[in-house]
Design a protein around this ligand. Structure first.
Ligand SMILES: Cc1cc2nc3c(=O)[nH]c(=O)nc-3n(C[C@H](O)[C@H](O)[C@H](O)COP(=O)(O)O)c2cc1C
Length: 177
């Protein structure tokens, strides 16, 4: 398969997740074009056999440029096998309430533009204090405290479950993957 991976990443974890997906797919014989949404512009989807869109949740929403891309290409995307990677910290809690909120965020993202992803996968992201400004760092420490999590503001902390992601990706890409 020739797979397009189009992503939006504010602090870099979604980019890292997409790079991992690209490596996995390539290792299984697929070819991959991985593009930040800002560079995807008017890309034609016709040459691709499948597509992955990936974005991260900030203040209850995914990145607007990714939503615009999904809306602009909804018709073509709906003809392909697609996977929507929704990166967040809330999914790491394992709480049903958090999961329901993330499902709502993903559904809202898709409803606006008419894209119907073949599969939606929630992926735990990371605290990236090395990328935050003072305001973000304080906000994230506050969020962590409210959730009863201990975080060291001098250290990034990753929650992404790489083996689970590899498994879900292989399942999506089919027996050849
Ligand atoms: C300012 C800010 C707001 C965030 N808001 C949310 C949120 O509403 N829900 C959530 O689950 N995660 C939230 N996160 C966590 C991000 O989704 C997580 O850090 C993710 O790994 C970011 O991916 P990225 O580095 O690709 O942008 C927030 C992070 C920041 C910095």
């Amino acid at each position: 398969m020739r797979v397009l991976i189009c992503y939006a990443s504010t602090e870099g974890q979604t980019r890292k997740i997409c790079r991992f997906c690209a490596e996995q797919l390539i290792a299984h014989g697929h070819s991959v074009e991985m593009l930040p949404v800002a560079e995807a512009g008017e890309i034609a989807l016709a040459p691709f056999d499948a597509a992955i869109l990936a974005g991260s949740v900030h203040l209850g929403r995914l990145q607007a440029p990714l939503s615009a891309f999904a809306a602009d290409h909804a018709l073509a995307l709906n003809r392909l096998p697609t996977l929507f990677l929704v990166v967040s910290l809330a999914i790491a809690s394992g709480e049903a309430e958090d999961r329901a909120e993330l499902d709502r965020i993903a559904a809202e993202f898709c409803a606006g533009g008419g894209w119907r992803p073949g599969r939606i996968l929630h992926v735990a992201g990371a605290f990236r204090f090395s990328e935050y400004d003072v305001f973000r760092s304080l906000a994230m420490r506050w969020i962590a405290r409210r959730r009863g999590q201990q975080v060291d503001p001098h250290q990034d902390r990753e929650y992404t479950d790489w083996p689970a992601l590899a498994e879900a990706l292989a399942e999506w890409a089919g027996p050849g993957a």
